[in-house]
Design a protein around this ligand. Sequence first.
Ligand code: F6P
Length: 374
Amino acid sequence: MSAPKKHLSIGILTAGGDCPGLNAAIRGVAKAAIGTYGMDVVGILDGFTGLVQNRVIHLSDRELTGLLTLGGTMLGTSRDKPHRMAMPDGSTRDMTGAAVETYRRLNLDCLVCIGGDGTAKNALNLAQAGVHIVMLPKTIDNDVAETDITFGHDSARAIATEAIDRLHTTASSHSRIMVVNIMGNNAGWLALGASLAGGADVCLIPEIPYRMESVFDALRRRIAKGRRFSLVSLAEGSHPVPTKAGKRGSAAGKGKKGAKESKSAGKKGPSRATSSRKLAQQIEDELDIPTRVTTLGYVQRGGIPTPTDRLLATQMGTAATRLIVAGRFGVMVALQGGRTVPVALEEVAFKKKTVPLDHPLIEAARLIGLCLGD
Ligand code: F6P
């Protein structure tokens, strides 16, 4: 029989699309794990791929220096799933066994998985195969269930808000309508938050199918008040009210242009999303006001985290270490009412948190006259 271990050993990986705050979270976990609890910590490279392929680095105080403010992830990331790994010949294979094998070979007591809804599914799959998991929720989209907020969202919202601010001045100088395309996958949190904070005039989100007439009316009302410019924000995943035939309306990106735009917004992004170019064209045709399109794209995911995201990542990262010491596994660290709480992965893995139609931000939008397209 082998002697009992003196220290706990943990692994950390980041998976899914990157976002600001990932490095702050890695630092939060590792600093508390090493400094307070005397754990051994390894970083697993490139998400679940590194776990399957046994690619790891040792993390000590030295590697954690300067991480708090750094965008991206020092560990690299990927969208690979251990239970459906892409093979070089184009086929997929279940590599869960290889992932579990790495965990055992490294003699880990817990794997900290930092990611979004896709990561929750991978993490649950590994938990069911016997791996001790604690997950931390990150994504600019803020669409992970059971947590009030994910880290990365605040930074992306600040970037999108600044973009709307900047578009305002050029729109007003040229008397143009600006259509700004904002990420978020199938949730409107990012577009709604940035539109309210930036004072957009129209905000279209996936949760509220829109009617072009409603958009035109809102813009006409501005013109009638002598406003010669307007800001229209379009969340990735937004779509018009279906027509009687059950098809999505004419602004949906079904043509070549729409498909291309949808790809550049992100492979993972919704394929039937409205094309902002088509939307802009419809607005210009109807109102005869020059209309321009800006797609914010990956700019929203890059760069330094805001102080709010640094704090959240640190709070969640350190909370993860307390759960590990307490032996609470198979959970995600959620923020609920300002406090971190463990939530079972089963509660998170197959849900999405979209914007409820009675959310206070929706109410605020309606009260200030921000057109939501309905
Ligand atoms: O999940 C975050 C996100 O940025 C979404 O807003 C967007 O749909 C997607 O990722 C882009 O994914 P990828 O990095 O695979 O292009």
